[in-house]
Design a protein around this ligand. Structure first.
Ligand code: ADP
Ligand code: MG
Length: 317
């Protein structure tokens, strides 16, 4: 007989060890009891992944578990927050032990790496959907926000852009290039350590979930600024450069799912970035500058306007 709701929770989601302190009562009662330390602001974020919309139905359950938490950790990273606790709302079409086992393995692989504790959730029958709420903390008043960019600040991005979106346009090929791209789509790396180091250094920050143009656009809108970025400076992987033969910059500008950070840094802080990147072994690339023009302009590509008019991925379009 397949396991029922309580067996599922006990077998696959209840674990004794808590990574972060402050868990007075975790899974088991009607609500978790959490005890934040004084001197910190608490940050909350949530993201839902629905099968067929946010991930292809063919995605392996291990990757679904990993990614459901990774995209939430990415939101904490964008705020400069240290991950603490999370809850999960699982809607499952059936009680399938092989699926649950792989899913929870992927989920806890990343939870352990980022030392975040599962403290509760809900388990129901329905179409496959995974909702996660994360809680994190920053020293009081130190959260990175979208609205602090000033004219003259340099614009940086972490890692490479466009690989995840490129993976979606490729089939399930079994060659090194296809595997690399698939991995970037299924196992994004939340830039939590980078976010934490950027506290007091970056003037604004966002994670790139809907594409650089759309997400940098959010910084510009919140800050009431414009920007010029150079397409030629966008960090593209070797694989991306090999695979994309025309319209080289389009996916890097408007493709989603990269979960890299885009942030702005005032002149006095530029010198800090090299050290931070070295220390973390995470590449950061300057791609442009904030200005007072009130719009995003892209140099070094003939069809910037066509690319920008197509915009990032919008869920209701
Ligand atoms: P209630 O009926 O009060 O909603 P549940 O029976 O749904 O309680 O859940 C019992 C306990 O198990 C609660 O502490 C809840 O947070 C936790 N829980 C439920 N589903 C999960 C899950 N998938 N992972 C972790 N904890 C869960
Ligand atoms: Mg419940």
């Amino acid at each position: 007989m397949p396991p029922g709701e309580f067996d599922i929770i006990r077998r696959y989601f209840s674990r004794r060890q808590a990574h972060s302190s402050g868990v007075v009562e975790g899974i088991g009662d009607d609500a978790a009891i959490l005890h934040p330390e004084p001197g910190y602001d608490l940050l909350a974020a949530a993201d839902v992944l629905n099968a067929g919309i946010h991930f292809p139905a063919s995605t392996p359950p291990h990757a679904i578990g990993y990614k459901a938490l990774a995209v939430n950790l990415s939101d904490l990273a964008a705020m400069g927050a240290e991950p603490l606790w999370f809850t999960i709302t699982l809607s499952l079409p059936e009680s399938n032990e092989a699926w649950l086992s792989e899913f929870s393995r992927g989920l806890f692989a990343i939870a352990d790496r980022f030392r975040i504790s599962l403290v509760g959730g809900d388990t129901v029958k329905g179409p496959l959907s995974i909702g996660i709420h994360v809680l994190g903390r920053v020293p009081e008043g130190m959260a990175l926000r979208r609205d602090g960019a000033l004219a003259g600040d340099r614009i940086y991005v972490s890692g490479n852009l466009g690989d995840a979106a490129l993976a979606l346009t490729r089939g399930a090929g079994d060659n090194p290039g296809a595997r690399y791209l698939r991995n970037k789509l299924d196992y994004p790396e939340p830039r939590v350590a980078l976010g934490e180091k950027l506290r007091g250094v970056a003037s604004s920050c966002i994670d790139i979930s809907d594409g650089l143009a759309a997400d940098l656009g959010h910084i510009l809108e919140a800050s009431g600024k414009g920007a010029i970025i150079s397409a030629a400076l966008l960090p593209l992987s070797d694989c991306y450069r090999t695979e994309v033969t025309d319209d080289l910059y389009r996916l890097a500008l408007v493709g989603g799912d990269d979960y890299e950070l885009c942030f702005t840094v005032p002149g006095a802080m530029h010198y800090r970035l090299e050290d931070i990147a070295d220390e973390l072994d995470c590449e950061v690339t300057c791609i442009g500058e904030i200005n007072d023009a009130g719009k995003l302009e892209i140099s070094d590509t003939d069809n910037a306007n066509a690319i920008l008019n197509a915009r990032g991925f919008n869920h209701f379009n």
